[in-house]
Write a protein that binds this ligand. Structure first.
Ligand SMILES: [Zn+2]
Length: 600
């Protein structure tokens, strides 16, 4: 095994260490500034006398203050992620969070006044040129104005939610994480948690996968009465909320926060549904590779080939920089900054938090990236993913702190695009078996993000409507909606067999954030569609893409894409993304034929 990397963060651009007195100074100063701000602007924003100049000056100060006060929090979060095992790191994080809350409470009036201000005044003011940079921020801050109830009503709903909706969410989480999934492996009975049992669905042994599936089903079915009750309660609770807040249909609140209209969302999901045959086609080949007569639900994630070639950190850096450089010199140069300046923390370390992320930090500094680099091929993909985020954050800094982070539906744009670039590069260099492994992983992960989330969205749509029209649903009612909608994605290539009908019961998104799932389909298919444009247009696509990144969160997804000539209401644009998927599958099929022929 090649040596592990020792690349670690240099956080000195923020603070020199956890005992740097400037941390406390920043917090003290921010609190004083917040108090001054409140004194100056309270009662002046939601006022008939508000002028564009006053609003601008307040926004500028608010932005600056929010950015400064975020530095201790950013620093504490990064230090904690780098080593969660040190109690002093946890203590710093806690301390900073408490002090931040203190400041946030002083500033809270501002958001409220901005939302409450009269439309006739705000609409007139935002047309003035001076407010142009903050137009989208003001719009977003006032988005839910019409759905807000009166102050006392809001207060009652908020307080009662702790013993209502939120209590049921917590009950669900605590209960599902407490389920003991029993399974016999190698003649020995074991008790596993939900994530452990889900991981076994990827085991190379069909027997193990089957046992894991049965164990998951049994654990859920045993709790079906309670879980069904929680689902019914929360879906009903949402319908009450929607009625009180004057939403016309179940998805409306989610669409509004994503700044997408119903028609666009439906176009994306319809494109996914119409392309379900792509899923079936891939699984036909997968069945052939696995050598089974029929595939069932626990074969979906069966591993096909395992990518073996290890990559050292230095090799990975070269591959990523070269693949970015082939697309755009500027992208390569920005990515290089992360390596040169230690904005990336990659070494495996005890106490370091798992997973990977990019922290935007602030616009006067720069983003930081964390991953644990273990020399595997998917670690390079992760590097490409997080550097994609990093470049996005870096390039959008001129938009200012309130405008630079992206809205949810486009938040994974640069990361997924970066992954695609890296994928194409490593595929070129891989041998046949590694290539097959890379393709299978890429295709299955795209399926999970694009088609599976679309199928889950269809399930949610039907669930919420059924509850509104028919009243309380039984476990069998919900299971039927689930089984039909997930089966649809596979046509008849994979049979969602006995037991799978209960698997809606552990999906936290359905409980905690209704209709959240479609943002995944939207984001991933968007990148595939952009990639298809890149393939068609070549170099002339590059400046358009960089412009998308530079715009950050300064406008809605629709306006953002309009800037580069894309109409997200046009089904053809989305179908372009499917072309890329189609091509990936075709290439995979070709490689498999080649591999079979070589094997004789
Ligand atoms: Zn990401």
């Amino acid at each position: 095994m090649p040596d592990m990397t020792t690349v670690a963060w240099d956080l000195s651009d923020l603070y020199s260490g956890i005992d740097d007195p400037r941390i406390e100074e920043t917090l003290d100063k921010s609190l004083a500034r917040a108090k001054q701000f409140a004194e100056m602007y309270r009662g002046k924003i939601n006022s008939d006398d508000l002028t564009a100049e006053t609003l601008f000056a307040s926004l500028k100060e608010y932005e600056n203050l929010a950015e400064e006060m975020s530095k201790p929090a950013n620093y504490a979060a990064l230090v904690f992620s780098a080593d969660t095992s040190k109690p002093e790191h946890g203590a710093l994080l806690q301390h900073v969070q408490e002090r931040q809350t203190e400041i946030a409470l002083v500033l809270m009036f501002y958001d409220l006044e901005l939302m409450a201000a009269k439309p006739e005044i705000i609409d007139r003011l935002v047309r003035e040129e001076i407010l142009a940079p903050y137009r989208h921020f003001i719009h977003a801050a006032r988005l839910f104005r019409e759905n807000r109830l009166s102050e006392p009503e809001e207060r009652i709903l908020e307080e009662k939610a702790n013993t209502g909706g939120r209590a049921f969410e917590r009950l669900f989480e605590e209960m599902v994480s407490a389920i003991e999934f029993k399974i016999v492996i190698d003649g020995e009975e074991q008790t596993l948690t939900e994530p452990e049992i889900l991981a076994l669905l990827r085991d190379p042994s069909r027997e193990v996968r089957k046992s894991a599936a049965e164990s998951l089903t049994k654990g859920l079915a045993d709790n079906s009465r309670l879980i069904t009750f929680v689902f019914n309660t929360l879906v009903y609770d949402k319908s009450i909320d929607d009625r009180l807040r004057r939403y016309q249909y179940p998805e409306e609140a989610r669409n509004k926060s994503n700044e997408l209209d119903a028609q666009t969302v439906e176009t994306v999901i319809k494109t996914c549904v119409e392309n379900y045959p792509l899923v079936a086609r891939y699984y036909e080949t997968k069945r052939d590779i696995l050598g089974y007569d029929k595939l069932t639900h626990y074969d979906r994630y069966a591993p096909l080939f395992e990518a073996k070639r290890p990559y050292t950190f230095d090799e990975a850096r070269e591959v990523v920089l070269a693949s970015f450089g082939r697309f755009s010199e500027q992208m390569r140069d920005v990515a290089d900054e992360f390596f040169k300046n230690n904005w990336i923390d990659a070494e495996p370390r005890k106490g370091k938090r798992g997973g990977a992320f990019c922290s935007y930090v602030t616009t006067d500094l720069h983003p930081y990236i964390l991953q644990t680099y273990l020399n595997r091929q998917d670690d390079i993909m992760t590097m490409g993913h997080e550097l994609g985020h990093g470049i996005h954050a870096y390039l959008s800094r001129p938009q200012g702190y309130l405008n630079y982070s992206s809205a949810l539906p486009v938040a994974e744009l640069a990361s997924t695009f970066g992954e695609m670039l890296v994928f194409e590069s490593i595929v070129e260099k891989a041998d046949l078996e590694d290539k097959l492994a890379l393709y299978a992983e890429k295709i299955e992960s795209n399926f999970a993000t694009i088609f599976r989330q679309a199928a889950m969205y269809r399930f949610e749509q039907e669930l919420h409507r059924a509850r509104r029209e028919q009243g309380e649903l039984t476990a069998d009612d919900i299971s039927d909606i689930w089984q039909r909608n997930i089966q649809a994605m596979f046509l008849d290539s994979v049979e969602m067999g006995e037991g799978h009908q209960y698997w809606w019961m552990y999906v936290n998104h359905f409980i905690a954030s209704p209709f959240y799932v479609y943002a995944y389909s939207f984001g991933e298919l968007l990148v595939m569609a952009l990639y298809s444009m890149y393939r068609q247009e070549g170099k002339s696509f590059v400046p358009k893409y960089l412009e998308l990144l530079k715009a950050g969160g300064s406008c809605s997804p629709e306006d953002l894409l309009k800037r580069v000539g894309i109409d997200i209401k046009n089904p053809e644009f989305w179908q372009g993304g499917m072309k890329v998927m189609d091509q990936l599958i075709e290439e995979f099929e070709g490689l498999y034929k080649e591999w079979k022929a070589a094997k004789g």
